[in-house]
Design a protein around this ligand. Sequence first.
Ligand code: HEM
Ligand code: HEM
Length: 208
Amino acid sequence: MFDAVSLVSNASAEAIYQDLHLVPSYAAAHGAAMSIAFVLVMPLGALLIRGMKGRVAVAVHVSCQLVGWALMLGGLATGIRVGKILDRLHNNPHTILGTIIVAALLLQPFIGYIHHRRFMSTQRRTAWTYLHIWYGRILILVGIINGGLGLQLAANTMAGKIVYGVIAGIVGAAYCIVMVLVELRMTKVGTTETSEMALEERSKQSHP
Ligand code: HEM
Ligand code: HEM
């Protein structure tokens, strides 16, 4: 929620005053798109590839992450607009870190695709696999933290900040726990087993 006083006190001397009335709707759209992408859709896409098996798991993962990716691009466009109006573009930690995260994640579907192609031809995890997994995990977690920095910057209500903090904290912690469990399972099994290997095993069983 915004009011005229907090909006004006939020704006710097270089703000584009004739566009200030656009800030509440653009900031709300930015906050919603980015929060849904980083706190909901992307962690869900990462969890689903662990919770499902085979070809379906990869298809669901890719669809889910591409929805998150599209939301992130919408969030970037609205974030840049608000940043320009309020003169907040790249002069504070939130917009600088946010731009780095978004730019880095632009590469992620291509890294995932290269991993998938290599895996299908070698049946082994390659450096691209580990790059895709760890690059994605780190960027999703730093993105969740960056949402908190965005709320500090914005004129949101205390209730809004608490709701984001609680949900983001629970999702971030749950994702870290799942990561540890996945890594422990991999170490215990002592193999490079993946969802895609389960897919191969299944297809071998059906075509001996
Ligand atoms: C923006 C798009 C994408 C994001 C953010 C993303 C993110 C991730 C993350 C975070 C993981 C690790 C899950 C975990 O924490 O354990 C992962 C795994 C995986 N991703 Fe993606 N991904 C994306 C696109 C893709 C694409 C396009 C493909 C394939 C064409 C793909 C295939 C896979 C596979 C097969 C794994 C499991 C790898 C293994 O354990 O061996 N991803 N992805
Ligand atoms: C990981 C990526 C990002 C996330 C999760 C994120 C999330 C958020 C959230 C939750 C808010 C609070 C919105 C509100 O209370 O209405 C916010 C504010 C803001 N964000 Fe982002 N953001 C990200 C990246 C960016 C980028 C790349 C830019 C611009 C280049 C940007 C520009 C802004 C600005 C200017 C505000 C303050 C709006 C105001 O003062 O009213 N953000 N962001």
